[in-house]
Design a protein around this ligand. Structure first.
Ligand code: ADP
Ligand code: ASP
Ligand code: MG
Length: 405
């Protein structure tokens, strides 16, 4: 007998028929003698629709009320799942984030889980119930409902698995594992048997939304092995685990695409100490994370600063940057949201040179202009025009022969 946490994403619980199919899977695991905690997302498309409605109600919806609204998507699926299981003759009980004692900080819209009490979950398991927990939500120390950022149900599941000391954390989704790149973009993408936490962290942070980045961070910290697999078939998926000697040490093991960033350029600000701090401090104070930064020095003691932020933070970032640029005597603020970031990732890159030049050459051969570049020990990212995004992914997948083992 084992204690298993199973998380099902939006497509897997997209309608009542799918909820029923998931309930059968859950029941099967329970019948095999396991204790089962189920973590659910909202039905696919529901969170997007709620966000749209909020923006129709107000041009600048308050973050607290936004979280109250967005948490309802998961409230619907957990209650329906629990009812379905009960109708099948099983003892099941649904819990919202606060009832499952998921305590977060007060970062509305992208809150971090600080602690999970899990007493109630354990008590219900002792009563031999199937526990169905709403993903993506928690409660801050003032009792406000919070949400964990898009894709946050993955993080709920892994954090709960760590808190109850589960034997397995299974993430059921609409693809049958983690691939060398998004299989919906590149049909040559190859399914990986295993991937290390570190590589998965990079892939998630660079746009592979198959796992939310924070879920991988939790898994690594608490050593929770994750099994990513399909909710539509019985195939083995991909294990996300600690790096071990048997693992492929490929120079490049994956390609990712992120269309969720936008670019801001401040033209002709004075090239002197303190200017970057003046621009980036107010952004940080508003909780806006800046990703790539490039500074071009011009002649005449002036410089251009270009950086990227997520599209969610884009409007607020533009307002703040325009204000600061004016104070600094900057000449102009240029903005663009039709950009995409493509990245190649691989732990083997640490010991190899020539990866960057191969990447740049492959893009150049297709006449794709690179607008920004950043690198780390195990990845290289290029910002390009959005219209070339999918093409670039396929080109890079080919350039590094990722379809071959
Ligand atoms: P869920 O609703 O189950 O949480 P998501 O849509 O959040 O599912 O994540 C699954 C999607 O992630 C897949 O449909 C796929 O298009 C995308 N994806 C991106 N990169 C990868 C990758 N490297 N391997 C597998 N899936 C990927
Ligand atoms: N429903 C939320 C979202 O769409 C959380 C999740 O699906 O993980 O982002
Ligand atoms: Mg997801």
């Amino acid at each position: 007998m084992a204690l298993i946490v199973q998380k099902y994403g939006g497509t897997s619980v997209g309608d009542l028929e799918r909820i029923h199919n998931v309930a059968k899977r859950v029941a099967k695991s329970y019948d095999e003698g396991n204790d089962v905690v189920v973590v659910l997302s909202a039905m696919s498309g529901v969170t997007d629709r709620l966000i749209e409605m909020a923006h129709q109600a107000s041009s600048k919806p308050c973050k607290r009320e936004m979280d109250v609204l967005l948490s309802t998507g998961e409230q619907t699926t957990v209650s329906l799942m629990s009812m379905t299981l009960q109708a099948m003759g099983y003892k099941a009980e649904s819990l919202l984030g606060f009832q499952a004692e998921i305590q977060t900080d007060n970062g509305a819209g992208k809150a971090r889980i600080m602690r999970i009490g899990a007493n109630r979950i354990k008590r219900l398991l002792d009563e031999k119930k199937i526990v169905v927990v709403a993903g993506f939500q928690g409660m801050d120390c003032d009792g406000n409902i919070t949400t964990l950022g898009r894709g946050g149900s993955d993080t709920s599941a892994v954090a709960i698995a760590a808190a109850v000391n589960a034997d397995a954390c299974e993430i059921y989704t609409d693809v049958d594992g983690i691939y060398t790149t998004d299989p919906r973009i590149c049909d040559k993408a190859r399914k990986l048997e295993r991937i290390s936490y570190d590589e998965m962290l990079e892939m998630a942070s660079l746009g592979a939304k198959v796992l939310q980045i924070r879920s991988v961070g939790f898994a690594k910290k608490y050593n929770v092995p994750i099994h990513v697999r399909s909710s539509f078939n019985e195939e083995e998926g991909t294990m996300v685990v600690n790096e071990d000697s048997g693992m492929e040490q490929l120079v490049v093991s994956g390609v990712t695409l992120d269309k969720n960033e936008a670019r801001i350029t401040v033209k002709k600000v004075p090239d002197q100490p303190g200017v970057s701090a003046k621009i980036f401090s107010p952004l940080a104070a508003s909780g806006i994370q800046v990703d790539m930064i490039i500074q071009n020095t011009r002649s005449g003691g002036e410089t251009d600063l270009t950086f990227t932020v997520t599209k969610t933070d884009y409007q607020e970032a533009i307002e703040i940057t325009r204000r600061v640029a004016e104070e600094l005597g900057g000449k102009e603020v240029l903005v663009a949201d039709d950009i995409a970031k493509v990245s190649v990732i691989g732990v083997g890159m640490k010991n190899h040179s020539g990866v960057a030049s191969r990447m740049f050459q492959a893009l150049a051969d297709e006449n794709i202009n690179i607008r920004l570049i950043t690198t780390s020990e195990i990845r290289i990212s290029c910002v390009i025009d959005e219209r070339y995004a999918e093409l670039a992914v396929r080109i890079l997948h080919d350039a590094f022969s990722l379809d071959e083992l």
